[in-house]
Write a protein that binds this ligand. Structure first.
Ligand code: ATP
Length: 172
């Protein structure tokens, strides 16, 4: 799996279409630097699973009619993905633990919303396998931002020169 690559735009568009049917207040933003054919170094199903975990939470822990956004941009050799909601938010003390297995904030309240407290720990482990990072910032009552960074696959620029490449070996 570790060597697989995924085209950013088609995957994000598919995930966007899936969630948009259930949640009309969902928006997607592609920065101009995300071109057709931009590739990221992760197996497609793994990236999809992480996006679904983050988006599922964003909707689970927000009131109806609150906007949720999924954004993609690049920063040097990294793809930056941001999932932002304007929901319940997470208190500072809980923020340190949300990536722990089985950790759930306010068990009584969140039990109604289902879940085992596994989603975020799985998401973080998946991203880290691919040498990426998953981080969270949140303000109680205002909302939460999850940010994923993943290595972009860099392709040698094509100089449009289709002459055979020079052989650098010295001839004797
Ligand atoms: P599941 O195992 O189905 O994902 P879960 O949502 O409880 O269940 P995690 O995804 O690991 O588990 O999330 C851990 C806890 O972090 C949640 O129980 C919730 O309290 C909090 N949390 C996660 N995402 C958000 C969010 N976007 N806004 C507010 N709280 C959140």
């Amino acid at each position: 799996y570790l060597k697989q690559t995924t085209e950013v735009k088609p995957l994000f568009t598919q995930v966007y279409n899936d969630f948009k049917m259930l949640h009309p207040d969902f928006v997607i933003n592609f920065d101009d630097d995300i071109r057709e054919g931009s590739l990221v170094q992760i197996y497609r199903n793994h990236l999809e699973q992480v996006l679904v975990i983050l988006l599922d939470n964003a909707f689970k822990y927000s009131a109806d009619r609150k906007e949720i956004s999924l954004s993609a941009s690049t920063n040097s050799a990294l793809l930056e993905v941001v999932v932002q909601d304007y929901g319940l938010g997470i208190a500072k003390n809980d923020l340190k633990r949300v990536f722990n297995r089985f950790y759930r904030v306010d068990k009584a309240r969140s039990r109604k919303r289902g879940g085992n407290g596994l989603g975020l720990s799985i998401a973080k482990r998946l991203i880290e396998i691919y040498h990426g990072s998953l981080e969270v910032e949140s303000v109680v009552g205002s909302g939460t931002v999850f940010k994923i960074e993943l290595p972009i696959v860099t392709i040698e620029p094509d100089d449009g020169d289709d002459k055979p490449k020079k052989d650098n070996k010295k001839k004797d």
